[in-house]
Design a protein around this ligand. Structure first.
Ligand SMILES: C[S@@+](CC[C@H](N)C(=O)[O-])C[C@H]1O[C@@H](n2cnc3c(N)ncnc32)[C@H](O)[C@@H]1O
Length: 209
């Protein structure tokens, strides 16, 4: 590679590292409010309404962060058991500011929020850990909500594994079906097809039954 191209590459990498360090410094001590905007809460409630009169659901949420969406799922009265799957590890996605927050602190906020909540089961890991758990302890799964890492590859993987774990096949849903998260949107279209419904908070749903 010519010297000047090499130099430009090194400069590019250095600038990317510097940008990551600045974002981390800015967000490390913050908690990103995922559902502060009323539309972000109402959109999720609309999605739950869209499930109709389904009750006693066993649900898996991929990506729980501080537990705001999980709280809404449980408050709906439709979810009898909620698995919250999250590695609570930083730096999972350069495009998501939540990935630059102090995940040990975020996990503590999550734990405090659900202290004494017997319907919530925390799985510290990825969807692969959840799938392994279901293999050793099989049970029905009615709904999976995918809101973890938003890269194309990650969403594709999560949706593919999610589809294999939903029995007796009610709903697959997720967040960030929007042009802002082009990779996530493309992965949804390729793995599950066009959603049946898209909500105000960019949640989406597909009926499988
Ligand atoms: C956008 S936040 C989730 C927000 C939450 N669902 C809400 O609406 O309140 C994304 C979360 O996904 C988690 N995450 C990142 N990679 C993941 C993976 N491979 N599997 C599961 N969760 C992941 C992150 O730790 C982070 O907490």
């Amino acid at each position: 590679m010519p010297d000047n191209a090499c130099g430009r590459l090194r400069l590019g990498r250095w600038l990317a590292r510097l940008a990551r360090r600045c974002v981390r410094r800015r967000y490390f001590n913050r908690t990103v409010a995922m559902r502060e905007d009323p539309a972000a809460r109402e959109g999720l409630r609309d999605m739950i309404d869209w499930w109709g009169d389904a009750r006693n659901l066993v649900m898996v949420e991929i990506g729980s962060y501080s537990g705001e969406s999980a709280e809404i799922f449980l408050a709906s009265g439709k979810v009898a058991k909620l698995y919250c799957v999250d590695p609570w590890r930083m730096d999972y996605d350069p495009n998501d500011v939540a990935a630059f927050t102090d995940m040990e602190r975020i996990e503590r906020i999550f734990d405090d929020r659900f202290a004494g909540e017997t319907r919530m089961f925390k799985v510290k890991g990825t969807i692969d850990d959840m799938a392994a758990r279901l293999e050793t302890h099989p049970e029905k799964v009615d709904v999976v909500y995918v809101d973890g890492c938003h890269t194309y590859e990650a969403v594709r993987h999560d949706l593919t594994v999610a589809l294999s774990m939903i029995r007796p096949r009610l709903f697959i849903c997720g967040h960030d079906y929007s042009d802002e998260w082009e990779g996530a949107k493309r992965a949804v279209e390729e793995v599950v097809g066009a959603p049946d419904a898209i909500f105000r908070d960019t949640s989406w749903g597909k009926r499988l039954a």
